[in-house]
Design a binder for this molecule. Sequence first.
Ligand code: TMP
Length: 239
Amino acid sequence: MDASLSSQSVPGFFITFEGGEGSGKTTQIERLAGWLREEGRDVVTTREPGGSPGADALRYVILSGAAEAFGEEVEAILFAAARADHVAQLIRPALKAGRIVISDRFHDSTRVYQGLGSDMDTELLDCLERAALSGVYPDLTIVLDLPAADGLRRAAARRGKALPDRFEKEDVAVHESRRRGFLGIAEMESDRCVVVDARQPVNAVADEIARIVEDRLSAHRLERVGHSLGAAVQGAGGA
Ligand code: TMP
C-alpha cells in the first residue's frame, strides 16, 4: 500500500467538507472554490458518493435505497467501492498534479453514517477505509455544524416536491446523533478537522472558511519548502 499522500508528500492539497443534511456544504464549497480560483489556484471540486463515472453509478444504487435491503454491510462495501474508484480516477491524479481538491463528503461520512448506531464490525469498516483511501487522507476537513432539525428543514426546502433520499428520511434523533459523531471525530482529529458554526449567515461562514484555508495552505507551503530543503541537504551530504 502507498504511503500517505496528504501533507508534504504531494504538491496538491486535499480539503473535505463534512456535516449533516442541509448544513450548507454545497454552497460553501462553491464559494471557497470561486475564491481560490480568483486567487489563481487550480481547484477541482467533487462529491461523494460519486466523483467518477463508476462511483456516480453506485451513487444512484445507494441513494435510491435499492441496496438497503441487502443490509448495512453491503451498503458500507458499496460506499467503499465508490470511494476507491473516486480516489483512483480523480483525487489521487489531481493531487499529484498539484491541484487543490475539494470534496463534498469523504471517509468521515462513512464513519458517521455507517459506523454509528450499527452492529457492524468496526474492524470491517477500518479495513474498508484503508483499502478505499489507499493512503489518500484529507489535509483539512471542514465540519459544518448545525442542529439536525435546522438542517433537515433546509434540506426539505431545497428538495421541494422530491422525495427524501435513503438517509434524509431517517428520524431527527438519528441525525442529531450523526451531528455528535462528526463533532467527536473533529475533537479526536483536531489537527485535521475544524468545526465551523453553520448557523451563521452564509457570508460569515464563507469568510471563516476562507481564513482557515488560507492559513492551512500557507503552512502546507512552508512544510513543503522545509521538506525539499531537507531532501536537498541530505542529498548534498550523501554526495
Ligand atoms: P448528499 O449528496 O445530499 O450529501 O447525500 C449523500 C447522502 O449519502 C447523505 O445522506 C450522506 C450519505 N452518505 C453515507 O451514508 N455514507 C458515506 O460514506 C457518504 C459519502 C454519504
